[in-house]
Design a protein around this ligand. Structure first.
Ligand SMILES: [Zn+2]
Ligand SMILES: [Zn+2]
Length: 144
């Protein structure tokens, strides 16, 4: 909220803000985003400890780390993908999926502070890896 005054007008486009649980890491992104994906893959399930993970995909050029450069650490998930997270509270803050989105960050929708409809999930992927105990209760289109 306190950051809302720093924008210098331009096209007047609003920015989306995210923060980790402890507040050490803050970022913002510039709309428009590429897509929002609900991922049911087993790798995301383990990394985030959740039945599925929902990510905003946005060009790296539209992402700014506002605070927490020295608090962010990372985990190399595969040779092309890594997860940046807050070393203080452990929140995943911004990830890179080098296989599918090499020029983008994938940002957990769950840490967004000012949600707008432009961030509504558009597609669900890797549903074949969904565990038996997880049920899909929405109309977001399934891709795989
Ligand atoms: Zn934190
Ligand atoms: Zn996944």
């Amino acid at each position: 909220m306190q950051l809302a005054v720093i924008y210098h007008g331009g096209e007047g486009m609003s920015k989306i803000k995210g923060r980790c649980h402890c507040g050490s890491v803050n970022w913002e992104l510039e709309l428009p985003i590429k897509t929002v994906v609900k991922c049911h893959c087993s790798m995301c399930r383990q990394l985030n400890g959740a039945d599925h993970s929902t990510y905003i995909v946005v060009s790296k050029r539209q992402f700014s780390l506002l605070k927490g450069d020295d608090s962010v650490t990372h985990y190399q998930v595969t040779d092309k993908s890594y997860k940046n997270f807050c070393a203080v509270c452990g929140t995943a803050t911004h990830l890179v999926n080098g296989k599918h989105f090499p020029d983008d960050f994938v940002l957990p929708l769950g840490i967004v502070e000012n949600y707008t409809d432009e961030l509504a999930p558009q597609i669900q992927v890797y549903t074949s890896e969904k565990p038996a105990w997880s049920n899909i209760h929405d109309d977001v289109p399934l891709f795989s």
